[in-house]
Design a protein around this ligand. Structure first.
Ligand SMILES: C[S@@+](CC[C@H](N)C(=O)[O-])C[C@H]1O[C@@H](n2cnc3c(N)ncnc32)[C@H](O)[C@@H]1O
Length: 293
């Protein structure tokens, strides 16, 4: 029978030996998960003894961490824009750089406005729901190709008290009549025609990047990362369609692969969207394209 403190010391050492980054923090986060407590509790109760079952559960999580399973999947949730989102192996883990989209949107719309939003490839629903968390009068639709992913997005809508203002629908943007279907849904659910805002963080990795992913990313859904072609499928479909989905003066925001910015610029010019700009991430890379309709 050992104390929480002793378990933490031992497991930190093991994680360190397997080159897991931030081993001390990881060991503590997983301990807190097993005990169903927050981190603070583990500090103030470090002399407590934990049950055999808890030890077994803890060891199981440590084994998964050694195999580089992302911590968000082990904990079952991830923070995004100060909100908490359920995640599992069917959803991409929300990334901190994606939060920039929400900040940028706040620059272009009055926070009190009744904006209608379409989130393409919603995953956990983190982009749509965090915008709705800021724009109290907003409403919107998140679409994804997978039912299992949408199930999590809906749960996140409920968990964050936003299920009345958000609908999550199964649709594949490579299929025929996508635009018509989504506009029909918008009419049905919100009695609204086109959208004020279309947002996305689509799959955009290049084939050669897929071969060099860090092990953790290999646990995330392939279809969330890669479009099986040139990383431009999404942009080639939607940039030509912006007029049919967006109201006049509406905005299209999408995350991009910085390596594809030149090609995305060419697509914008080809379809006469001269009103576009790239927004950089914190490392100075072109990470988002913003197109005004
Ligand atoms: C990079 S993830 C983004 C998830 C979430 N928006 C985020 O930022 O964390 C891309 C999402 O697009 C979805 N997706 C990929 N191809 C799709 C398609 N053809 N039609 C609809 N959704 C698709 C994936 O299932 C995945 O959830």
């Amino acid at each position: 029978m050992e104390t929480i403190k002793n378990h933490l010391l031992k497991k930190t050492k093991i994680l360190e030996n397997y080159n897991i980054s931030l081993p001390k923090l990881e060991a503590r986060l997983l301990m807190a998960k097993v005990l169903n407590k927050d981190l603070n509790w583990t500090y103030s109760n470090s002399e407590k003894i934990i049950s055999k079952k808890q030890v077994a559960n803890y060891e199981n999580l440590i084994i998964q961490k050694i195999k580089k399973v992302p911590t968000a999947y082990l904990l079952g949730n991830k923070e995004f824009y100060s909100m908490n989102f359920k995640v599992n192996k069917n959803t991409l883990i929300p990334r901190p750089e994606t939060e920039i989209i929400v900040d940028e949107i706040k620059k272009n719309f009055d926070i009190k406005s009744r904006i209608s939003i379409l989130d393409l490839g919603t995953g956990t629903g983190c982009i749509l729901l965090s915008i709705l968390g800021e724009f109290k009068n907003g409403f919107g639709i998140g679409i994804d190709k997978f039912s299992k992913t949408l199930k999590i997005a809906r749960e996140n809508g409920k968990k964050n008290n936003l299920s009345k203002k958000s609908k999550f629908i199964k649709l594949d943007w490579t299929k025929k009549e996508f635009s018509k279907k989504i506009l029909d849904k918008n009419k049905k659910f919100f009695n609204n025609k086109k959208f004020d805002l279309v947002v996305s963080n689509p799959p955009y990795l290049l084939k050669k990047e897929i071969n060099y992913l860090i092990k953790e990313v290999g646990y995330e859904p392939k279809d969330a990362l890669y479009d099986n072609k040139d990383g431009l499928v999404f942009y080639k479909i939607f940039i030509p369609k912006i007029n049919s989905l967006l109201k006049k003066n509406g905005y299209f925001y999408s995350e991009i692969n910085p390596k594809s910015s030149k090609k995305i610029e060419e697509i914008c010019r080809k379809y006469n969207h001269v009103n576009f700009e790239f927004i950089k991430d914190l490392s100075g890379k072109k990470r988002f394209v913003l197109i005004k309709n």
